[in-house]
Write a protein that binds this ligand. Structure first.
Ligand SMILES: Cc1cc2nc3c(=O)[nH]c(=O)nc-3n(C[C@H](O)[C@H](O)[C@H](O)COP(=O)(O)OP(=O)(O)OC[C@H]3O[C@@H](n4cnc5c(N)ncnc54)[C@H](O)[C@@H]3O)c2cc1C
Length: 436
């Protein structure tokens, strides 16, 4: 066992040492009444809280740990466009009207996040310099070009990059081409989350941390009563924003998401010459292979690299060997740099590969399942959850009933097998490419 075991995804995240201070919060120790209770103090719940408080609703957010304890404080912080399904598949799934509204929402996602940061002056290192996705083989490139054509039909211009342009933008010649989205970018995910909490509180929301919800009861007159380890809340509406950290408080909900671990490692601050040779314009960069690999800088010039992780919440230093090696394969200049930070957390996957806004019961709504794209989509979901309360017709997120995963309790084994299968398929694709 490694000396550095265990690495805790929350405590050891780079973001914990570089974030703005969290606003002062306390535990819930009494009974309170409010209009809306939000379970989960990540960026989904806090975006909903900001918008609801702005509309004069009395809001209470209850978070089992500290603010941003979940994926929001551990994320790669890339603000991306898109869902796992492209425009054509979304139209097929949701029909013309709902599908078109959802596609518009997806296209607006990066600008919406950066506009909110500006409007509320959130101190969270926003960088909107664009995103590049690199393809290593013709199959990937073809699927990128199809995706770009579909988005173009909806007025969203994804730039197609040839190998040379991609190499100039990124500093690697491993890719045969790719796509670029100019309005995507990155932010400091924990600062974003804490700043949303500050704004929500300024607008009158109450935020309780280290207050784990242990029960939800529907009492008479459509009042919900939420019990925590220290107090309780009576309210008309409950929003459940617990994503990959969903427990059994809402029966059946945890079976609708499978938590998959993703890990990140961050280098020491890179020298100017390295920074000029790797992602010189501070774009974010993603590899299109089935096993995700992504890169971004933080404000001090540390390169943060993310990959899939093992199926447990505590990591050992060896769990990060793959991500570092994969990063060096793409940018050999990283071979001698020091890696200062290692962390990870849970990404919530859904059966449809799409997030869901789900009315569990009248007045009890869940929004989650971003499949690794929750900085943008979680922000949009938070807004949509608020709209589902104050202006149903404005809400562009379709209300759906997500399917549970069969054999959910065996998900760890299932995910491990899937990851191995995806790695094998990536490997086979690379052999075919080498031969062609
Ligand atoms: C390592 C990693 C890298 C990622 N990188 C990216 C990226 O680059 N770009 C991107 O778009 N997305 C990324 N994601 C995904 C993104 O971070 C998440 O989708 C997003 O942060 C989810 O926010 P959330 O508020 O819905 O959930 P979370 O931030 O996970 O918050 C859920 C909260 O609910 C709380 N909770 C759970 N149960 C209870 C209870 N019973 N009572 C009270 N509170 C409870 C938890 O403590 C937790 O804090 C990444 C995720 C991970 C883990």
């Amino acid at each position: 066992m490694s000396e550095q075991f265990p690495i805790d995804g929350s405590r050891d995240a780079l973001w914990m040492t570089t974030a703005v201070a969290a606003p002062p919060t306390s535990e819930l120790t009494d009974h309170i009444d409010c209009d809306v209770a939000v379970i989960g103090g990540g960026l989904t719940g806090l975006n909903a809280a900001v918008d609801l408080a702005d509309k004069q609703f009395s809001v209470a957010v209850v978070e089992a740990n500290g603010l941003g304890f979940g994926a929001s404080g551990r994320s790669g912080g890339q603000v991306n466009l898109g869902l796992n399904l492209g425009p054509k598949a979304l139209l097929e799934k949701f029909g013309q009207q709902t599908g078109t509204r959802l596609i518009d929402l997806v296209i607006k996602t990066p600008d919406t996040v950066f506009e909110r940061i500006k409007r509320y002056q959130l101190d969270c290192d926003p960088v909107q310099n664009g995103w590049v996705q690199g393809a290593v083989d013709n199959r990937q490139l073809k699927s990128q070009l199809t995706m770009a054509a579909e988005y173009r039909e909806h007025g969203c211009d994804l730039e197609e990059l040839d190998a040379e342009t991609l190499s100039t933008r990124t500093g690697t010649s491993k890719y045969i081409g790719g796509l670029s989205c100019h309005n995507a970018g990155s932010l400091h995910p924990l600062s974003y989350t804490r700043e949303l909490a500050r704004v929500a509180m300024t607008k009158g929301a109450k935020i309780f941390t280290h207050s784990k919800v242990t029960g939800i009861d529907n009492r008479k007159d459509n009042q919900w009563v939420i019990t925590t380890n220290g107090g309780s809340i009576s309210c008309n509406q409950v929003l459940v924003c617990t994503n990959g950290y969903t427990d059994n408080v809402v029966p059946g909900l945890s079976k609708k998401v499978v938590p998959v671990r993703s890990v990140l490692a961050a280098t020491e601050p890179l020298s100017d010459s390295l920074r000029n040779s790797i992602l010189p314009n501070q774009i974010t960069f993603v590899d299109k292979r089935r096993l995700i690999l992504y890169f971004r800088y933080d404000r001090a010039g540390r390169l943060c690299v993310g990959d899939h992780g093992p199926m447990r919440d505590e990591f050992c230093i060896e769990d990060f060997n793959d991500v570092k090696q994969r990063a060096i394969d793409v940018f050999p200049q990283l071979a001698t740099v020091k890696w200062d930070y290692h962390w990870g957390g849970r990404v919530a996957m859904t059966k449809s590969t799409l997030p869901f806004l789900h009315n569990v019961a009248p007045g009890l709504t869940a929004g989650m399942g971003y499949n690794g794209r929750g900085i943008g989509m979680g922000t949009m979901m938070g807004k949509a959850l608020a709209e589902s309360i104050y202006a149903k017709d404005k809400c562009a997120f379709p209300v759906t009933t997500p399917k549970p995963f069969m054999m959910h309790r065996f998900h760890s084994a299932g995910v491990s097998m899937t990851v191995k299968w995806m790695a094998l398929r990536d490997h086979i694709d690379s052999l075919i490419q080498d031969d062609s």
